[in-house]
Design a protein around this ligand. Structure first.
Ligand code: ZN
Length: 248
C-alpha cells in the first residue's frame, strides 16, 4: 500500500506552486484564467531585458504592483495546515515558487521558507546593493515618481522577484537542492512541475530515498515517480494529509 509514507519519521520537504494560493484569490499566471493568458503585456512586464530597456514598461509595472490582488490575500487552509505541521515540531522546510509570502503570513517559520522566485514585498536595485520595502517604494509612486530610481545610485529598481531571463539566486537554489536531498517525505503541492529547476527537485528527492507525494489537480511529468498522487482540491487535501502525518 502507498499509505505507509505517512508514518515515516524524519525530514519533510514541501515544494509549493501557484495552485496553493489560488484559494486565497491569487490567480495562477499560466492557467486558463491566468494573468498572462488574459494579458500578454503582463508577461512583458516580467521579462528582465524589456523591463531594463523600457521606462514605459517600468511605469506600467509599478502600477501593476500597486494593483496586485496579492496585497489583500490571506493564507488559506492549506497554508495554515503546513504552518501547523511546523508548529507541531516536525522538521519541515518549504521551497516555494510563490512570491506572496502566504506561508510566512500563516505562521510558518520564516527561516524555513526558501523563496526560489523571490518575493514581492521587497524592492532591489539592479546596479547596487540597495534594498527596501515595496510599500515604501509604492509610496514614492503614489507621490508622483512613476518610475522611482535607486536613491543611492540612480539605477533601475525592481521587485525582489526573479523575472524571466534572470538568473535564480545560486545560494537559494543550493538550499533548495539540499532540502530535496535530505527529505524523507517530499510533498509537491499545487505545481504543474513543468518549470525547471524547481520541478527536478522531485527527482532529486526520490533519488535520495524520499517518498514523493504530489497534490495537484492535473497530471505532472513526475507522477510516475510518486508514492501517492492526490487530485482532491488543495484546500481540503493538505489539511487532511497534515492531520494524517501528525496522527490526529
Ligand atoms: Zn542602486
Amino acid at each position: 500500500m502507498t499509505s505507509e509514507w505517512r508514518t515515516r519519521d524524519g525530514r519533510i520537504g514541501v515544494l509549493t506552486g501557484a495552485g496553493i494560493s489560488t484559494d486565497s484569490g491569487i490567480p495562477d499566471f499560466r492557467g486558463p484564467r491566468g494573468v498572462w493568458t488574459k494579458d500578454p503585456i503582463a508577461e512583458l512586464l516580467s521579462t528582465y531585458d524589456n523591463y531594463l530597456a523600457d521606462p514605459e514598461l517600468r511605469r506600467r509595472a509599478w502600477l501593476a504592483r500597486r494593483d496586485n490582488p496579492a496585497w489583500q490575500a490571506r493564507p488559506n487552509a492549506a497554508h495554515i495546515a503546513l504552518a501547523e505541521l511546523a508548529q507541531a515540531g516536525r522538521a519541515v522546510t518549504i521551497i516555494t515558487q510563490n512570491i506572496d509570502r502566504l506561508h510566512q503570513r500563516a505562521g510558518f517559520p520564516e527561516d524555513r521558507v526558501i523563496e526560489i522566485h523571490g518575493n514581492m514585498f521587497e524592492v532591489v536595485c539592479v546596479e547596487c546593493a540597495y534594498r527596501t520595502t515595496m510599500s515604501a517604494t509604492l509610496e514614492r509612486v503614489a507621490a508622483g515618481e512613476a518610475d522611482p530610481p535607486c536613491p543611492d545610485c540612480g539605477g533601475v529598481l525592481k521587485s525582489a522577484t526573479v523575472m524571466f531571463g534572470q538568473q535564480m539566486d545560486r545560494r537559494t537554489m543550493m538550499k533548495a537542492a539540499l532540502t530535496a536531498q535530505t527529505s524523507d517525505i517530499f510533498l509537491a503541492i499545487g505545481s504543474s512541475l513543468q518549470v525547471e529547476p524547481a520541478a527536478s527537485m522531485c527527482a532529486v528527492a526520490v533519488e535520495n530515498g524520499a517518498d514523493l507525494v504530489i497534490v495537484n489537480n492535473e497530471a505532472t511529468p513526475y507522477d510516475s515517480m510518486a508514492t501517492e498522487i492526490v487530485r482532491e482540491p488543495i484546500g481540503t487535501a493538505v489539511p487532511r494529509l497534515v492531520g494524517e502525518i501528525l496522527g490526529d
